[in-house]
Ligand binder design. Structure first.
Ligand code: IDP
Ligand code: MG
Length: 160
């Protein structure tokens, strides 16, 4: 897996609430329209072990058992997106954790009301994104390919 070019990679998880509410297409469309490159996409079921690792900063909190149960209540869709400064760009599109206070126009701001059921996960730093992409994807599931659209998504000095 390459993490050394000018473009970053980030991890997005479409959570069980979005899976149930028929929001998968809408969410993927927003990232596509932004000009981000989809390099990995699959459905999977999360177990307690991967959730304890992924949410290690929350394992000792009172809400963790409920969060873990929610995240295991259906398969999720995981996505790896690539782009220039994509980690920060995707966090902006995601909106803040408490959905009912998230900015209009963001995914959480437009599509959700809850704190726990907030539609998607998005990596919060470049370092965490590298760990998270490798936690959820195998090497062969990340696809490197030429995207002709880049000529118009980025200016010349922003392209590799
Ligand atoms: P983030 O997803 O906006 O990065 P984090 O603080 O990393 O927010 O929390 C991870 C996830 O844990 C949140 O997206 C949400 O689903 C859940 N969570 C965070 N805080 C709470 C809480 O106070 N109650 C219930 N669930 C929470
Ligand atoms: Mg987080």
């Amino acid at each position: 897996m390459k993490f050394d070019g000018i473009y970053e990679k980030t991890l997005v998880i479409i959570k069980p609430d979005a899976m149930q509410r028929g929001l998968i297409g809408d969410i993927i469309t927003r990232f596509e329209k932004k000009g981000l490159k989809l390099v990995g996409l699959k459905m999977m079921r999360l177990d307690e072990a991967i959730l304890r690792e992924h949410y290690s900063h929350h394992v000792d909190k009172g809400f963790f058992p409920g969060l873990s149960k929610f995240m295991q209540s259906s398969p999720v869709t995981v996505m790896c997106l690539e782009g220039l400064e994509v980690v920060e760009a995707v966090r902006l599109i995601t909106g803040i954790t408490k959905s009912r206070e998230a900015e209009a126009g963001s995914i959480r701001g437009d599509l959700a009301m809850s704190v726990a059921c907030n539609v998607i996960h998005a990596s919060d730093s470049v370092e965490n994104a590298i760990d998270e992409v490798q936690r959820f994807f195998n090497e062969e599931e990340i696809h490197e390919y030429f995207k002709s659209e880049y000529e118009f998504v980025y200016a010349q000095d922003e392209r590799a």
